[in-house]
Ligand binder design. Structure first.
Ligand code: C5P
Length: 231
């Protein structure tokens, strides 16, 4: 897949999502369905957005025992998704099970990536709350190596960590990066943020952008600005 901007559709239901996306007229942004929308609208939202012509990143961040994740992934493999994810913290065994569940008998499957550390987590939280003594970068790179060892296609990380991950796991290992903000934007709950142009410079393959577009007075213009700065 080529580099792209993934638009995070963090809305409560199908109606709000469809009417938001209808503003984009001829454009068909690559969209992300997260927990709020998937749990609110149900799995049919994937079909609805696929029918409208969008590529789909299903961002459910699975994290459970390997057998449960494998079975859940088998269910998700029946939906028309292009990209989905798990938490790398679930271990290599869990990521291998996820891949197995996601792969159809003919060998076809959507791309699978692993969340390293959420871009809302600060170094202080990593050390003091989660009790992980290594630096954020060391932790993220260890998780990325584990994802690669399990056979995954890439990771979700902050753009600030992309370089180290590409050095450790190779250039074709995908870096999908949320935490995108312009200096004038409200950071909200994100802590490790960069602008679209900096994410490009740092080597992101995909940036995931939500509120800077969905909460903008003119979401189409905001999306076009992000596209122009990232592509
Ligand atoms: O609104 P904002 O641009 O912060 O949205 C970022 C999106 O990316 C959210 O939907 C969030 O769930 C998702 N995400 C993230 N950090 C990760 C993985 C996904 O922010 N590590």
């Amino acid at each position: 897949m080529a580099r792209d901007v993934i638009l995070a559709c963090d809305f409560p239901d199908a109606r709000a999502t469809v009417s938001f996306l209808q503003q984009f007229k001829g454009q068909k942004p690559f969209v992300k369905i997260g927990m709020e929308l998937f749990y609110g609208a149900g799995p049919s939202i994937v079909h609805t957005l696929k029918e409208m012509g969008h590529k789909i990143f299903l961002d459910l961040k699975l994290h459970d025992i390997p057998n449960t994740v494998k079975k859940a992934m088998r269910v998700l493999s029946g939906l028309e998704i292009d990209l989905c994810n798990v938490h790398a913290a679930g271990t290599v065994a869990m990521m291998e099970a996820a891949l197995e569940g996601l792969t159809a008998p003919d060998g076809k499957r959507p791309q699978l990536i692993a969340v390293t550390q959420l871009t809302s987590t600060s170094s202080a939280q990593l050390h003091d709350e989660l009790g992980i003594p290594d630096s954020m970068e060391e932790t993220v790179i260890r998780y990325a190596r584990n994802a690669k060892a399990a056979g995954l296609d890439g990771v979700v990380c902050s753009p600030l960590e992309t370089r180290g991950i590409k050095e450790a796991c190779g250039d074709s290992f995908l870096a999908v990066t949320p935490g995108i903000r312009y200096p004038s934007d409200d950071k909200g709950d994100q802590t490790r943020v960069t602008s679209p142009a900096d994410a490009k410079r740092l080597g992101s393959d995909y940036i995931v952008v939500g509120r800077p577009i969905t909460a903008a007075p003119d979401p189409v213009a905001a999306y076009e600005r992000v596209l122009k700065d990232f592509l």
